[in-house]
Design a protein around this ligand. Structure first.
Ligand SMILES: [Zn+2]
Length: 227
């Protein structure tokens, strides 16, 4: 009897060890993924409040386009039963309520929130600009040292082709953006289009197109989650 119990304990201990080592190797393989849980996604609408972001050729403010697209993404993710957390739901700078009404205070609060949520993926929504008006096309950025971020960005870049199949931009590595550097789970920045390009700025102003962008982003998130 005693021998049987000892044997059982040994078997249980071994099983526990095997389980623990498999868990460790899974996380070690995906670099900056620390302890993500479930299927949670953070959607970050860039800028807000006294920080308008880029101003479009048509007077359109980036912060408004970002929030509109982010809210459509939220709606679609909820329909897909994917848990979603928004960094902002209205036109505000996150640091406005605290004493620190600065851009860096706002960024710190976004990062803090993301690191607390530990999502599977964070998608930060932005619009681009460039001195030359003809430059256009969506582009996705990821943190240079994140293999998971790169994977998510490449999948997302491909998903955005439905908006413009002549867009030859590739997902791009970056190691200076604060949000990419400071978040402890995979984060990508989706620059949906150029507000300095008349065609894209015109499209990004339309509700129908904003919904189309949101659909492409959600398709990208789902494809990443399935891989
Ligand atoms: Zn921006």
């Amino acid at each position: 009897m005693r021998q049987k119990i000892e044997l059982m304990i040994t078997v249980l201990l071994l099983a526990g060890l095997i389980f623990a080592s498999r868990k460790v190797s899974r996380y070690a393989a995906s670099d900056n993924v620390k302890d993500v849980a479930g299927n949670k996604v953070v959607v970050d609408a860039g800028h807000g409040g006294s920080d308008p972001g880029k101003i479009g050729i048509n007077g359109l403010e980036e912060k408004e386009v970002n929030l509109a697209i982010a809210q459509y993404v939220e709606e679609l993710l909820e329909k897909e039963k994917i848990e979603v957390v928004m960094t902002r739901e209205k036109d505000e700078m996150l640091s406005e309520d605290s004493g620190e009404k600065t851009k860096i205070g706002d960024m710190k609060m976004r990062v803090e929130q993301i690191n607390k949520e530990k999502p599977l993926l964070t998608v930060s929504i932005h619009q681009n600009s460039y001195p030359q008006e003809e430059i256009k096309g969506a582009q996705v950025f990821y943190y240079t040292h994140s293999g998971e971020g790169k994977k998510a960005a490449e999948i997302m870049q491909e998903s955005l082709l439905v908006l413009d199949d002549t867009n030859h931009r590739k997902a791009k590595a970056n190691d200076t953006y604060y949000l990419l550097k400071r978040t402890e789970s995979p984060t990508i920045i989706v620059e949906c289009g150029f507000l300095t390009n008349a065609e894209e700025a015109g499209l990004l102003k339309q509700e129908e197109y904003q919904k189309k962008v949101a659909e492409a982003i959600v398709a990208g998130i789902k494809a990443y989650m399935e891989k």
